[in-house]
Design a protein around this ligand. Structure first.
Ligand code: GTP
Ligand code: MG
Length: 195
């Protein structure tokens, strides 16, 4: 997809603020620091549209990025960040659950998992929750550039086993080497062109 326009529409904290049109949306979930904002920037070839940080917990609102007035990425705050209070975590849970279960615009969930580690308990909970509600989910294995060739193979196998997921739903990705770039766009095109 050629990117002619990419803009942030709103940083929302409640449903009343969500855009009120029918544009398809792709939501990005994953633990803090896994590479959600970087994935968006890489896909649209802009270094700084979505804010990234070496400090976890950077994204604390639901950020709606509109692309070519055709679809939106919804960048969610990351989970599993210890320094966020329990109250904040509960607020996060409600906000995200409400979006995932009620948002008609939602076409597909990108669940990002760090390729360097086994999925965390939070990753597994999140995946099983999505599965339970039959939400279309694509796992993205991030930071793939950081692995050696042999660890790459192992990481994919391990994830498929641990989550008992079909291989086609696991996509390795790197914001550094752009590994997975074309495949990721293909998934986006497919999901936004279907009702
Ligand atoms: P929160 O907003 O805190 O939830 O984090 P996030 O998931 O949006 O992560 P972000 O994109 O801000 O990336 C966190 C850090 O990981 C940054 O320092 C990025 O430069 C780095 N990073 C992200 N993707 C990659 C990747 O594919 N390869 C490498 N080597 N580093 C990456
Ligand atoms: Mg972020």
């Amino acid at each position: 997809m050629k990117i002619n326009k990419a803009e942030i529409i709103i940083s929302a904290v409640s449903e009343a603020q969500y855009p009120k049109d029918a544009l398809p949306e792709i939501v990005l979930l994953g633990r803090s620091n896994v590479g959600k904002s970087s994935l968006i920037n890489t896909l649209i070839n802009r270094q700084h549209l979505a804010r990234t940080s070496s400090r976890p917990g950077k994204t604390q609102t639901m950020n709606f990025y509109q692309i070519n007035d055709q679809f939106r990425f919804v960048d969610m705050p990351g989970y599993g960040y210890a320094k966020v209070s329990r109250k904040e975590q509960e607020k996060w849970g409600e906000m995200i659950e409400n979006y995932l279960l009620n948002r008609d615009n939602l076409r597909i969930v990108f669940l990002l998992v760090d390729s360097r580690h086994e999925p965390t308990e939070d990753d597994k909970l999140m995946y099983n929750w999505l599965k339970y509600y039959h939400l279309p989910t694509q796992i993205i294995l991030t930071k793939f550039d950081k692995l050696s060739a042999s660890r790459k193979k192992r990481a994919i196998k391990q994830l498929i086993n641990i989550l008992s997921i079909e291989p086609k739903y696991v996509l390795p990705f790197s914001s550094v080497t752009k590994d997975g770039f074309d495949a990721c766009w293909q998934i986006i095109q497919d999901s936004i062109s279907h009702e």
